[in-house]
Unconditional design. Structure first.
Lengths: 335, 335
DNA sequence: CGGCAAAATGAAAATTGTTTCATTTTCCGT
DNA sequence: ACGGAAAATGAAACAATTTTCATTTTGCCG
């Protein structure tokens, strides 16, 4: 009933532990006939090395942690797919951590990351403070931060894969100015705060450049339903702005549905664009414009960066910062 | 630069390893003043127990594995949230595994689960064969299978949390019969094969009961786009069935958009219902009917079941089978 | 066939905890 | 203050591997 250990294999094959260990780890210094003998015993007994003991002996768990908020997870499974595929390719295990209000705080996650002795961590920029980063940094756990640009960090073993939405949003607004449109509204959001900041910065700077101030913020609603109700009310008293910038699909759809039910036409009376693309946008009538942010690739690149950092112990020659380009996807809701 | 171990703490606090271990584990047999002294040293040195060494010493990792296909993950992040929340409550770590065609096969996942010595596993019914279950079962790793009913298994440490769609689908079709409608079409899907089987079985049995045979299957298309194109073509030559049953949102939306563009009215000319609900269904015009499957709860219940199995070593008194009830959500696309 | 280098193997220490069992200390009643 | 029981502590074994260093075996050359 006991699990089979390296001892059992050694005894059965009449060799020492060291030799068994060597054949497990493909060490080249073992003679071909003994390798085969040991291998045969391993298979016959169904021996599987204990990764826990290996981890202890090697001070290396071949495991990386991924931490993201549950909200983000629900919205962004594709980035997780990218992370997982690359982790699998390099045979890393992944410990998965989520933060959610009430149940699991960042503090606890960090605690368990440290105790688990994972080799590295992937962490999403949002709801993750400077202090928390410093804690992990003290333990010299290589990490890559995904999502948006980390400012002013100069830590040696921290990588960063991000999209910069600021410029692209700035340029979009500028283009509307060129076409004589400056009646723009922006829906606040809390899904990804750091990206939201970039968005706001981009829009505001475009306004500043023409000597105006932007402050047409529409207030945040967590769900589609409340958002839709809000806009339904809002459009009773206000004419929609000519261009409406949302952050995620449900907000954009809320504007679309509410506006149309008030008799407005999209895109003739108002245009709608959202930052985060989703597969549902092309299903709407009219289809809704967005930006293409290659989530899967971001995940894949981030994990690849981390594996590189883990392999190069010296950490030379590993690019530690990658900016992903977003591209506008023009559909029927803008022109 | 070296990590602080229990030895360092013991020496600094002038006690034995055993005592330090006892204060870490809240053993009650240590005197209050020495506990405080040790605790103070632990904090001063910033000692964090090494979970890997603990795992080795205890033959227990306080870690559970979750395995699901990437496709399912993209569709069903909520169930993962349920799993994670409960895992966090009981302070279990989670190893996350995905299967994806090409990159990571179930075989490899099982291999790494065994090597990692996790305490238990949560696994989704789909693309997971009887044989594979047997392998895990040989290692006596407690597991709960989520998603749909596991037939004919009688293994001692296997739990099952599932929805049974068969009856509810059967009843739905029956109701349409009562209203004189028997012109029904069903869209094939491969997202969750076992659930799809239930769906088919339910529909077919309803037909059989009235002495007819059901075989109006519409073919499977992986994406919204191909699905939409398919229905656009299809409706050129065929009149839509009176009731169209899809499996997931994108298929239902494809039917909706294609049908309307051919001048059909929903729900007057055709009704549409989909098995899996999604938050986008209420955003459509008309809104689309579905079934409420409480994903979050399913995840939470599954993980709770597993934690119970892990705590009751005897495994008595743990309910090992839970059937979740689905409920129809009637929106505008049916009546 | 002896000698020697190279290759293969093994013994033992190291990794960081937990736990059992023996020993020491404390506390209590007298 | 003493005996004995109870409580606290410590020494050592144990968990399953890797790795270093010493030892043995092999192979080759003269």
């Amino acid at each position: 009933m006991k699990r089979i250990t390296i001892y059992d294999v050694a005894k059965e094959a009449d060799v020492s532990l060291a030799t068994v260990s060597r054949v497990i780890n493909d060490s080249s210094v073992v003679r071909e006939d003994t390798r085969q003998r040991v291998q045969e015993v391993i298979e016959r007994l169904g021996y599987k090395p204990n990764a826990v003991a290996q981890g202890l002996a090697l001070s290396k768990t071949t495991t990386v942690s991924i931490v993201m908020s549950e909200k983000l997870l629900a919205y962004n499974a594709k980035i997780l797919n990218g992370l997982m595929d690359v982790a699998n390719i390099y045979h890393y295990n992944v410990m998965f951590h989520t933060t959610s209000k009430g149940i699991s705080k960042m503090q606890d996650v960090i605690e368990s990351i440290i105790k688990s002795r994972v080799d590295g961590v992937i962490i999403f920029n949002d709801n993750f403070s400077e202090d928390e980063m410093d804690v992990l940094n003290e333990y010299k756990i290589p990490m890559v931060i995904v999502g948006s640009k980390v400012e002013g960090q100069n830590h040696d073993h921290v990588g960063n894969v991000y999209v910069d939405m600021e410029k692209i949003c700035h340029d979009m607004v500028q283009k509307y100015f060129e076409n004589g449109i400056d009646d723009i509204a922006l829906v606040e959001d809390k899904l990804n705060l750091s990206m939201m900041r970039q968005l706001k910065a981009g829009v505001e700077s475009a306004y500043q450049e023409v000597g105006k101030e932007f402050n047409n913020y529409l207030s945040y609603n967590d769900t589609y339903k409340t958002s839709y109700q809000y806009f339904s009310e809002y459009f009773k008293e206000h004419k929609p702005a000519k261009l409406n910038i949302a952050f995620r699909d449900s907000q954009a759809i809320a504007i679309l549905n509410a506006a149309r039910e008030h008799g407005y036409r999209v895109p003739e009376d108002l245009e709608i664009v959202t930052i985060l693309d989703s597969k549902y946008l092309p299903m709407m009538r009219p289809t809704i414009s967005a930006f293409n942010i290659p989530d899967y690739d971001m995940g894949a690149l981030a994990m690849r960066m981390l594996t590189k950092m883990l392999m190069n112990n010296d950490e030379k020659g590993v690019q530690k910062e990658i900016e992903i380009q977003a591209a506008p996807i023009v559909r029927e809701s803008t022109r």
